[in-house]
Design a protein around this ligand. Sequence first.
Ligand code: DNO
Length: 359
Amino acid sequence: MEMTFRWYGANEEKIKLSEIRQIPGMKGIVGTLMDIPAGEVWPKDRIKALKEEIEANGMTLKVIESVNIHDDIKIGLPTRDQYIENYKQTIRNLAEFGIEVICYNFMPVFDWVKSDLDYKLADGSSTLAYIAKDIPEDPEEIIKKVEGSSNDFELPGWEPERLAQVKQLFEAYKDVDEAKLRENFAYFLKAIIPTCEEVGIKMAVHPDDPPYSIFGLPRVVKNRDDLDWICNVVDSPSNGITLCTGSIAERPDNDVYEILAEFCKRDRIPFAHVRNIKYINDNGLDFYEAPHKSEYGSLDMYKVLKAMYDNGFDGYIRPDHGRMIWGETGRPGYGLYDRALGAVYLNGLWEALEKADKK
Ligand code: DNO
C-alpha cells in the first residue's frame, strides 16, 4: 500500500507540494493536467515538468486522476475514434514518464454530484453532502449551485466551458440508455486496453457518484455486478477499478467490504479512494462526508482496510475528501488539513494490520 494525496497543480492550488510532503507517511502525488480539455493529447513536456516538480519535493507521481473521456466516446459518435486514438497517445506519453495508474470515470455529463459543498457539522467544520430533496430538477440549477459554492476553484469534472453547453449535452445523450452506454464503454475499453498492456498502465474506473441514475442519465458503474461486467468485458489486469468507498457506499445496498474483498482478490484495484460517509434522514439516499475515523461515519474504516489487507491490496490509496477545518478555505473536499488527518489515520490502521499479521 502506498499513501498518496490528490493535488491539482501549482496554478490551480493554494496547497503547496512542500506542505504535502510534511504529512507523515506521504509518498506520492495523484496528479493531473487540469487545463487540458477532454479528448486532447497530454503533451510530454507538461508530464515531464509535473513529474520533476513533484520529485523535487520528495514524492512520486505514479497515479493520474483523471484523464477525462470525451463525451463523443460516451455517446458513441463517429468522431469517437479520433478521441480514442488521442487517449491512446496520452496513455503512451504517461507511461514514458513512469505513470502506472490512470483514474477515470464513465459518467455522462456530470462527474460527481452533491447538493451541498458547505454543509455545516456540529463541530463547526463544513463538508460535502447529498440531500436528495435539495437536488434541483433542472441540471442548469445544480451547475449554478455548485459553481456558486466552489470558492472560485474549478472543480474536477465540472469544466465550465463544457457545462456551458449543458442543454446541448443532454440533447446529445438523449438516445443513450444504460445498454448503449455500456456498449460504448466496451468499445472504448477494447480499443485502449491493448495499449495499456503494451506500456504497463492500469486503467482504474471510478464508480458513479452517486451510484444511481440522476437527471435521467444512465449509470453503468454502480454496484458489484457492474464492476464484474467491466472486469470481464476486457479480462486484463490493465482493466481495473478505482475503488471509492464513499461512492460505493452511497448506495446502502452495496456491501463495501465484500466488494473490496472480491476485487482486491481478483487483483483489479490498483487505486483506492478511502472516505467515510454518514447516512442521514433514513431515506437510503442522504448522507454527508464524515471525518475518516470510523466512529463519525456509517462505515467501519478498520473493516475497510482489513478487507483490502487480507485480500492482498498492494496499490495506491488516498484519503478522499476532507472537511474544511481550522478556518481553512479552499477547493471543496480538497483542503489540506482534514485530508492530512485522514492519511495519517489510514496509515495507522494499516500499520496495525501489518503488525498484527506478522506477530
Ligand atoms: C471527486 C472525485 C472524482 C473523480 C473522477 C474520476 O472528488 O473522486 O471527480 O476524480 O470521477 O474520473
